[in-house]
Design a protein around this ligand. Structure first.
Ligand code: NAP
Length: 485
């Protein structure tokens, strides 16, 4: 039985209750976990509060050495952890390994930041006075994460939070607690001082709620569903809150695009990770001149997608995370049909041995249909045909979300219009909607978030607080705005 990790010790929850995690490809249990509660959360917050002071007092390059150790241990253990991601979350093994690689990359990047953490030094308006900024940690940060990137998303947050000197209480998704336990064991092995990182498995409604409301917590970093994010924002009070929420990402295909490249990109964007990426492509906005041809090419490729257990070699698409996700896809298939879109393939469950759903394509969709507006988070793609670039931009921007986007075209003008006019945090030109790299900012606009960007230098901004310093060595009172020439 797995335990929770508080103040450097693996312990049972005071609830006395447990829950199980299942392999979505086989529906078999892969472990029993503590059902943490609000009392455990308070205990973990207190531990993080005490440990954070000492951690923040350690020079950032020394903290970085522990982050480099984490990078090295993750690298050594990549195969085992990648297989674990596939077993617990369902994505195919190359993607499971990619999940771990993202964590390796971000720990490497953030460890490097330990020798930077730049502030600014600027001239003062007064003589004999220095004006500069420096970075301080926020304090105790609650990290609340989803199941779809069970190693990478927590790593993006925690690597940045740690290098900035924060204490952490982490609540992972109840669908992927084993990945969380294994990641924290790596932190422990890397020499993380006790209490700096604490792990609580258990429900969002109790553990998560305490992590959001507790006044000793100064920052919350949340990735997940928009409804949960909005709920957190309502309850958080005066805390720094970073929200990374859903997406309804589109690919524009213009009539001059290389359709071979387009098909590769759409198949990867829509059906990779079974459509369960926040950046997954769930809409194709195709120029009407090539929409028919594109449909035929896509159908031919979809027919070849091999669905199954992601650990088996040759599998292209794994299961959905759980039964609820399958039911959600089924619900949207009914909605799409009722709305008048044409279901041209898929639309139903795959093998009953796991939570499989067939790769699905709707054509003849209109931008305002629910299947083209709401996040389905499964392998369900809707194709919308448009007359020209103006209509394509209008369609892609017609949703409430704004995470990722893409355009396929050979026309520089259309490419730059996409960069400038699409309302999204990410725009890819001639590649799919997915493929973020650790040293560049990641995040969205509109309903996708509240402006925070993770990874890259912006990850440091999420987890540090700017202190402005005025150092007057004139030996006399100098009044800003008054004693200036
Ligand atoms: P979710 O249901 O919102 O859950 C996310 C996390 O929040 C889980 O740990 C969950 O715990 C916890 N939680 C639930 N209710 C809570 C509450 N009232 N207070 C505090 N915490 C609470 O999302 P999900 O189904 O795991 O993830 C899928 C969503 O994540 C999609 O919308 C996807 O687009 C989004 N996502 C966004 C990004 C991005 O960077 N923009 C990246 C990946 C995923 P339990 O598991 O115990 O319920």
């Amino acid at each position: 039985m797995h335990k929770i990790y508080i103040d450097g010790s693996w312990v049972n929850s005071s609830s006395g209750k447990t829950f199980e995690s299942f392999n979505p490809a086989t529906k078999k249990s892969i472990g029993t976990f503590q059902q943490g509660n609000a009392a455990d959360a308070r205990h973990a917050i207190d531990a993080a509060y005490d440990a954070q002071k000492k951690w923040a007092g350690m020079p950032a390059p020394s903290r970085a050495r522990i982050l480099f150790n984490i990078r090295d241990l993750l690298t050594k253990d990549k195969e085992r952890l990648g297989r674990l991601v596939t077993t617990e979350m369902g994505k195919i093994l190359p993607e499971g390994l990619g999940d771990v690689q993202e964590a390796i990359d971000i720990f490497e990047y953030m460890a490097g930041e330990g020798r930077r953490l730049f502030g600014h030094t600027v001239p003062s308006e007064l003589p004999d006075k220095f004006a500069m900024t420096t970075r301080l940690p926020i304090g105790v940060v609650s990290v609340i994460t989803p199941w779809n990137f069970p190693i990478a998303v927590p790593a993006w947050k925690m690597a940045a939070a740690l290098i900035c000197g924060n204490g952490i209480v982490w609540k992972p998704s109840s669908d992927t607690p084993l990945c969380a336990v294994e990641l924290v064991k790596i932190f422990e092995k890397a020499g993380m001082p006790k209490g700096v990182v604490n792990l609580l498995t258990g429900p969002g409604s109790s553990v998560g709620d305490e992590l959001v409301r507790n006044r000793a917590v100064s920052g919350i970093s949340f990735t997940g569903h928009r409804d949960t994010g909005e709920d957190i924002l309502r309850k958080a009070g005066v805390k720094r809150v970073g929200l990374e929420l859903g997406g309804k990402n589109g690919i524009i295909v213009m009539d001059d695009a290389d359709l071979g490249l387009v098909v590769d990109g759409i198949i990867w964007g829509a059906y990779g990770t079974s459509g369960q990426r926040c950046t997954a492509a769930s809409r194709v906005i195709a120029h009407e001149k090539i929409a028919g041809k594109l449909e035929k090419l896509l159908l031919a490729r979809i027919a070849k997608i091999k669905i199954g257990d992601g650990l088996q070699k040759g599998t292209d698409m794994g299961p959905l995370i759980n039964e609820g996700a399958v039911r959600k896809c089924e619900k949207y298939i009914d909605i799409g049909k009722k709305e008048g879109a044409k279901l041209v393939c898929g639309g139903k469950k795959g093998s009953a041995s796991g939570h499989f759903f067939l790769p699905t394509l709707f054509t003849g969709a209109a931008p305002d249909m629910r299947i083209a507006q709401e996040e389905i988070f499964g392998p369900v793609l809707s194709m919308i045909a448009v007359k020209n670039m103006d209509k394509a931009i209008e369609a892609i921007n017609s949703v409430d979300y704004g995470l990722s986007s893409s355009i396929y075209t050979k026309d520089m003008k259309n490419a730059f219009r996409a960069i400038c006019e699409i309302e999204a945090g990410l725009t890819y030109v001639n590649s799919s909607t997915i493929g973020s790299e650790a040293h560049l900012p990641f995040g969205g606009v509109k309903g996708t978030g509240n402006g925070v960007r993770e990874a890259g230098i912006t990850g440091i901004e999420e987890f540090s607080s700017i202190k402005t310093v005025y150092f007057d060595y004139s030996g006399r009172l100098q009044r800003a705005q008054i004693d200036t020439d």
